[in-house]
Each structure stands twice: as structure tokens, then as C-alpha cells.
Ligand binder design. Sequence first.
Ligand SMILES: [Mn+2]
Length: 309
Amino acid sequence: MLTNKRWEVRTIKVAVISDIHGNIVALEAIIKQLKKETIDAIIVLGDLCNELPFGDAVIHRLMELNAYCIKGNKEEYFLEYERRHYEWDNLQFKNTIFMYHALSEDSKEYIRNLPFDLNLTLEGATIKAVHGSPSSLYELVHQYDEEKLEKYTKNLKEDILLLGHTHDPIWTIQKNGKTVINAGCSGVSVFHIGQAEYLILNIHHGKFQIEKKMAKFSLETLKKKLLASGMVENEKTFINLVYLALIGKKEIRKNFYDTGKRMMEQKGKKLYREDAEGIFKTFKLFDDDVWRKLTATVEPYFLLKGKEK
Ligand SMILES: [Mn+2]
């Protein structure tokens, strides 16, 4: 029968994007590529915003595209800020607060309503999508984490487990008859300079095949947008470290945070709160004097100077 035959040849294409972190320039580059093919669904694995200050534009675009989105730890930071359970007066939090206030009310509401995970059945394939791991927004699951992979595939009902959060380049692994896919990092990858990685799942009668994709974006356009955003004038260090990592100088950022950790330890101060809940379980705290001393050491490398106040 004609209808059945048509049904049998149907392959659906699902784009999977992760960790955009407010990089609207990268997201637009991906969308441009997606428009060239027939995409049936878009899944976004959290950390839509909060690193680069264009989260509002990113969320509006994802709303327009009717993307299936889940929450990342970076959205949770904003929700923690809304709850005001902690003090947020450290210098290092100025950028988080700035990016929160750069969101429109409908974007904030969108974030509040993001689910922790998604369970989808698409053309016979069952998919579970999470940001970190099936039990936490913060847990990192790498390709070599045998125990975690065992734990999360052993009783998995779905065929495919989609992960993000690590910013590893895209990887896939077979375990306990399941396919685990880490969708990499679209917005702030330190492995693909000026390129946004994502993937396409081609699904046909429950069988699927994975295509790794790459979309080039302009770091110059991004730089101009960052300079116009007001982020540098608000707190210059964080955004400069992010931008340096984006252009391939990730060791400057790594050194900043590693040295900061040692300086806090030398002061006999804890990097985490005793009563830590939520984001403070994973968020390292730096005293302002440490943050300022470190800034002085990396400032000569800063490319985003901002306007004089
Ligand atoms: Mn994350």
C-alpha cells in the first residue's frame, strides 16, 4: 500500500545542540546550516545561556524554533540567584547578575519552566536527554568514566542517552546495548576555534545514525557584540577569560582559576561553603582581593577593553 510504503521510507532528522552559553553568533551559524536541510526536531541539552551575555536572544530564537530544551546548571545559577539564599556580592558574581538582568521577563519564565530531562520517542527510537547525568545537572560524564557509564546505561529504558555539560568534543559510546552520546559544546568550545559543533540524528524505524556537524561563526562579530554589551564595563575579568578561551588561549583562564584556588588555600579559606546547596556545591568562591590580584596578572592579555568610565 502506498501509505505504508511512504511510511517505510520516512527518515527523520533531529538536530542536537548543547552548551550554547549565550553565544547567539554560534547559534545563528547552526540555524543557517539547519535551514539547508529538512529538520524535524531540535533538542537543546541545557546551558542555553550564562557565559556570554546574549542569553535572551538565544532563548527567543529557541522559542521561535520550538526546540525541545532542558535545563543546564547555568540556568540553575540564575534560579539560585532569584531565590537569594546566598549573598551574591563577590566580584566574581557580577557577570552572572549582569547576564540575569539582561534577560527579558519571558526568557526568565522560560528558564523557570525548563524540565530537568526529556524522554522522547521519535520514529521508533527512544531518547533520554539530560544536561549532566540522569541524576544531576552538575555531574560530568566523560567517555572514559566507565563506572558512570555502566551505572547510567544498566537500567536505562531508552535506546539513546544524550548528554552535554562536559564541553568534550562530541563522542558516542555503546554500553549495555544502549548508545550514549555527548553532544559536545556549540557555543564555547575550546577544541573547535570559531566553530560550533552539533549533531544530527537520522532516525528510521527505530534505527539511527549519527552525523557530526560543524558550523563556522565569526569571532570578530562576537567580539563586536561583546564590546557593545556592557559586560566589560560591568566586570572585565570573567568575559575576557571567556573570550581568550574562545580564541584558543584557554591556558590563561585555566591558570587564573588554578592560581586562585592556591591563593584561597594559602589564606586558609574554603573554596566551597560549608552549608553548600545548589550551585555552591560546585561553584568555587574567590575573595575579591584574590580576584583582583589575579586580574592584574592576566590583564595584559585582555582583548576586550571596553569604554573608559
Ligand atoms: Mn553545564
